[in-house]
Design a protein around this ligand. Sequence first.
Ligand code: PRX
Length: 566
Amino acid sequence: MATTPTYEDRLKDFSWSLAEQELGYRKGDPLNIGWHCSDRLCRQGLADKTALVWEDFSGATKTYTFDDLRVLSNTFAAHLQGLGIQPGERVCLFMDRVPELYLGFLGGLKMGAVVQPLFSAFGADSLWTRLDDAGTTAIVTQRKHVAKVRKLLDKLPQLRHVILVDAGDGPLRERESGLDLHALPRVETFDAHPTGPETPSVLHYTSGTTGQPKGAQHVHYSLISQYLTAKWVLDLRPDDVYWCNADPGWVTGTSYGIIGPWANGVTQVVLDSGFNAEKWYDFMARRGVTVWYSAPTAIRLLMREGSDLVRKHDLSRLRHLCSVGEPLNAEAVVWSQEAFGKPFHDTYWQTETGCMMITNFPGMKVKPGSMGKPFPGITATVLDPNTNLPHEGTGRVGLIAIRPGWPSQIRGYWNNQAGYERKFVNGWYICGDRASIDADGYYWFVGRDDDVINTGGHLVGPFEIESALLEHPAVAESAAVAKPDPVNMEVVKAFVTLKPGIAPDDDLELEIMNFIRKKLSPLAMPQEIEFTDSLPKTRSGKIVRRILRAREFGEPEGDLSTLMSE
Ligand code: PRX
């Protein structure tokens, strides 16, 4: 019997061309993710295989074969084309996890658009920042979210099309049209736009320390490493039933909730519903999930409910568990071994990397609390922050850095090439995280190297929150920092000084929290607001979040020599 190759086997003579060969891609060929995730599989005899089983909170179900993916994404693509949308234009998908989101993703790519998925819980301000920056020309959404788009139309003259997937017979306004994918005539053949490997594909907005979120620009060649990492690390096999918890508004939900598994011809299940432990286990048992890609916050929530609940469900088909997005604490790995009989395998990567960088490869010894080792083909290290050279010896904390050139590396930030170039030092891509490497080559996450807040696996930029806080009539100055949280790892805490004559009270705190929730999103909403008379600043007047954050974490406040008070 053939044995599964080990991590060491995979390292030997590794080349990304292996994935190119398996996908039947040769240099010079067109390369289109939408086509590869549907048409190619139909040609390989998988037309009638189930590609997607979708279920919502009420239990309503829809099932799609790979041929349905092919035809309905054709239909979507042809419809966008019919509206006059051109290849290269940005088409935003602003929907819950409804089937149209998945079909629209493939369809948009097939007609050559740059697909810009945005989390449907975003409020109007978060939406505006991202649509304005990307110069988006079309947004595909649902009735329940269209009010947020309508508010912005005056400020977004370039947004020519607001497309509703559930328009029904309801009234439509200027620039709005309906796209009932299941009622339109099915488009059996559609010539995918001949995108090349370097043609822009997906634009994901991600938060940094300074300025508004940046548009991370992926290209169609990302398929190569998304395909192979999904196959090897998620250990996807032809009979698997795979469930990825992530929403395609974030990179995990596209790289491994659409592209990776479908490029491998694997059946995916989607639950369009919020977190509920009982419901999740029931869903996995009924659907026979075999491979599960989740996140530490969800795992911690499940831990709270205990392992007895796990045992009430038949999860015997569950074969492989992976996690991403935040540090996976050792306790969670130990608990999963006890509750599911197998450990969660941590994986580390980012929006900018497009695919997994550091992973617990199947079969490799799991060291609970470690992110594992670099994926074959990925050269990683930790740099001494003083010299930007790789640390010598082991166990020393440094900046996680990757040698550029892997297939799904972003090719730039939209409208911000300078910001992109700043991510490279001495020939290394700098992730913005700190870690150490042990004597066995395992990476251990230490923390972020900037002020970005990671709440429940979602990055939130302090600048975006602070700018929104300043729009509240009572707020004079603000700083947003991370505060430790037992479940979400971090939550947003805001420090606020008020305008003269305004006194803080609980009502004002609630009002400001709600103000941010509506404008930005529930993720960005501060869980706590501390009213203060002043904020720590540098001599040039810049607020120093570092000190506020250090106080929250009970850490040393560091060098205070540039502070104004000094
Ligand atoms: O800080 C790291 C954290 O999430 C960041 C990337 O976030 P984003 O671009 O939104 O992509 C999330 C999903 C790929 C990283 O810079 N992060 C991600 N995975 C891990 C992690 N921190 C610790 N351990 C991980 N496994």
